[in-house]
Design a protein around this ligand. Structure first.
Ligand code: FE2
Ligand code: FE2
Length: 133
C-alpha cells in the first residue's frame, strides 16, 4: 500500500520543483513498500531513519539555496522545516521507547504538512528564484 498519495494540491506549478517533490514522495513510498514486503529485513526504525534522512537532505538543499540568495523568508521557512523534523523525531522516539508505530498517522501527518508547505513556503521561495534569473 502506498504510504503517501501524490495529490494535485502538492503541485506548485514549477516543473523542476514539482519533480523534486515527487521524487521525495516516491522515495518515501519505496522505502515503505520494502518495509511492508519484507518486515523481517526492514525494521520500522530503519524505515523512519531513511525517511528522516531523505527529508533532511531536501531541506538542507533548500536552506543552502535560501542563504545563498539572501532570501528574506529564510528563518520562517527553516522553522517550518524544523517543525516537521520535530514531529518525525517524536514518532521515532515513540517507536524506540514503546514499539508503537501507526502507519496511517504518519501518512496523514506527512500529507498534510507537504500539502501546506509545498504550496506556501516552497512556492514563494521558487517564485523568488525565478525572479532572480
Ligand atoms: Fe521548504
Ligand atoms: Fe521543498
Amino acid at each position: 500500500m502506498t504510504l503517501i498519495r501524490w495529490l494535485d494540491s502538492f503541485d506548485i506549478g514549477i516543473p523542476a520543483i514539482d519533480h523534486e517533490h515527487r521524487e521525495l514522495v516516491d522515495l518515501i513510498n519505496t522505502c515503505h513498500d520494502r518495509l511492508v514486503e519484507d518486515p523481517s529485513g526492514n525494521d520500522v526504525g530503519d524505515f523512519l531513519g531513511r525517511i528522516f534522512d531523505r527529508i533532511t537532505a531536501h531541506f538542507t538543499h533548500e536552506e543552502i539555496e535560501m542563504l545563498q540568495l539572501e532570501f528574506p523568508e529564510y528563518w520562517p521557512h527553516k522553522a517550518d522545516h524544523e517543525r516537521l523534523l520535530d514531529e518525525l523525531r517524536d514518532i521515532m522516539n515513540t517507536w524506540s521507547s514503546s514499539n508503537d508505530f501507526d502507519d496511517a498517522s504518519l501518512a496523514s501527518r506527512l500529507e498534510l504538512w507537504f500539502m501546506i508547505h509545498f504550496r506556501t513556503f516552497d512556492a514563494r521561495l521558487h517564485r523568488f528564484v525565478a525572479q532572480q534569473a
